[in-house]
Write a protein that binds this ligand. Structure first.
Ligand code: ATP
Ligand code: MG
Length: 501
């Protein structure tokens, strides 16, 4: 038996480049919107002020997706480093890039082909293409895009201000796109994708969008119809965008130190459950309580208590802003997709030690947030109950009404429906069938060109509902209610007729 030896003798070496199929495993945690956020990071690092996302439809199907920015672009020798997996560069303080992976991982998680065409000031446009499944056959070889084609792509009608430099990222064979040319399916997909992307990008980059450092727009180009939709601007979605704090003494800053490192928890309390997009964010409100990690103004994680506390319905008004600057050993690490922060064993201890100048700790903050929640719930419970609406209003409006107004048990919901009237009256209250009838002769006019449907004209229906709901209550219609109905009918009928002229 040989004794153990610390040194391992070697006898030459063989070159074993990674199998290109390894590329396919990159970025598995991405979704379309997180992948787009990664490309926006790169644009921001290149000091772009405008980013345009364009979805291209041809032959009825969705074909490609472009992300175009007016940043400083890449020179011919920089683009190869950019296309290299793990090609880390020298990062400046403030840069969002960190791993040298983002562009590749984000793109390969969504598309079978990534083409980058870029121009740095004073250089020609240069283009490269990566196709991971082709690369498998030919080794790690990145294709050079023909220069005339790259230049033509770069010079397309990207109505964003480009002055001599910028980058065009193109994805083809996008995996998430429906493999169908069915008009309805494609349109539903596009609508949903744009809504989700606007929400995610609006939230992740809200600080950049709010102070005007960055504009992001999304549009759809239909090649067959030679038509480009009007661009949808991504608007900032600030998770701390409440109009009034739940407590006047909040937000508070709690700080704690681990060695030389100081971490600040900025603790906020919303004033009550709210139906604003800033409160709802992407999911149910309960899922967005907790810590919001930002790195260099970019949101990395939207909620979750990371072991400080369990998620709890009663803590849904509590959101904590934590600004970090990259990984700190033992405390936290961001994942390569930059969509989560992984906390380490030291983090819980640091959080427990955090205090504000007035002695507030995270525990006492959580108690206060719970109290504010209870008080806000009690306020809602004190509201006079009303019969809830049935069909006729969009589900979102109905659920807001149900959340805000306590219902009356045992009463049939109020249906709101259009019907032909024999006269000009705008609405009728039918207690027998629990229906609020609307005169169909005004429908087209009120729709103002929009499609008719079960849940059309929600604004007018909601207003009417709020006005008349209580006359549906009780056994009899009192003289006071009768007179009220008559009064409302007179005024609203005159109003709707005035509207028609
Ligand atoms: N839109 C762009 N404009 C200019 N340069 C870019 C652009 N996109 C990528 N690059 C260059 O390509 C390099 C690689 O980008 P990639 O996203 O893969 O890695 P990274 O940004 O350095 O790090 P991370 O993995 O954290 O995103 C960048 O460092 C940058 O130099
Ligand atoms: Mg990057």
């Amino acid at each position: 038996m040989l004794e153990w030896s610390q040194d391992i003798p070697t006898d030459g070496s063989v070159e074993l480049p990674p199998d290109p199929r390894a590329l396919e495993a990159l970025g598995r945690n991405h979704s379309l919107e997180t992948a787009l956020a990664d490309l926006v990071d790169n644009a921001i690092d290149a000091t772009a002020t405008h980013v345009l996302i364009r979805i291209v439809r041809a032959g009825g199907r969705l074909r490609s997706l472009y992300v175009v920015d007016n940043g400083w672009g890449m020179s011919p020798n920089k683009i190869d480093a950019a296309m290299t997996v793990g090609g880390r560069r020298e990062y400046q303080t403030g840069d969002l890039g960190h791993f040298g992976l983002g562009l590749k991982a984000a793109s390969f998680s969504q598309a079978r082909s990534l083409t980058v065409m870029s121009r740095a000031s004073g250089y020609d446009v240069v283009g490269r293409r990566w196709r991971p499944d082709q690369a498998t056959k030919r080794g790690f070889e990145c294709e050079k895009v023909a220069s005339e084609f790259a230049a033509a792509e770069f010079d397309r009608d990207w109505h964003i201000p480009m002055s001599g430099s910028g980058t065009v990222i193109r994805w083809d064979d996008v995996v998430a796109f429906p493999a169908s040319d069915d008009r309805k399916r494609v349109e539903t997909f596009v609508d949903k994708a744009i809504t989700t992307a606007c929400q995610h990008l609006g939230m992740v980059f809200h600080r950049f969008l709010e102070d005007g450092r960055l504009t992001i727009e999304i549009e759809v180009q239909d090649i067959d119809a030679s038509f480009i939709s009007s661009p949808v601007p991504v608007t900032p979605l600030n998770p701390f965008g409440y109009s009034r704090s739940g407590r006047t003494d909040f937000p508070k800053e709690l700080t704690a130190k681990a060695g030389d490192y100081e971490l600040t928890f900025r603790c906020h309390i919303w004033s009550g459950r709210s139906n604003t997009p800033q409160f709802r964010l992407s999911g149910t409100p309960s899922s967005h309580q907790g810590l919001f990690f930002y790195r260099r103004d970019r949101l990395l994680q939207a909620g979750g208590w990371e072991g400080i506390h369990a998620s709890d319905r009663r803590l849904q008004l509590a959101r904590v802003e934590v600004n970090i600057d990259g990984d700190v050993t033992g405390l936290f690490q961001m994942n390569p997709e930059k969509s989560r922060v992984q906390v380490g064993p030291e983090f819980a201890r640091l959080a427990a030690a955090a205090t504000a100048a007035d002695g507030t700790t995270l525990d006492s903050y959580l108690d206060t947030a719970e109290q504010v929640y209870r008080t806000s719930q009690a306020r809602t419970a004190k509201r006079t109950p009303m019969i809830h609406p049935g069909t006729g209003l969009p589900p979102r409006v109905r659920s807001t009404i149900e959340k805000e107004i306590p219902g009356i048990r045992g009463e049939k919901p109020i249906e709101i429906k259009w019907i032909d009237f024999t006269d000009d009256t705008f609405f009728k209250v039918d207690r027998e069938s629990s229906t609020l009838w609307l005169n169909r002769r005004y429908r087209q006019m009120l729709l103002g060109g929009k499609h008719a449907g079960l849940n059309d004209v929600p604004l007018i229906k909601s207003l009417l509902y709020l006005l008349v709901a209580n006359v549906f209550e009780g056994e009899y219609l009192g003289p006071r209610d009768k007179d009220n109905i008559e009064l409302w009918q007179k005024i609203l009928t005159t109003a709707v007729q005035a509207e028609r002229q």
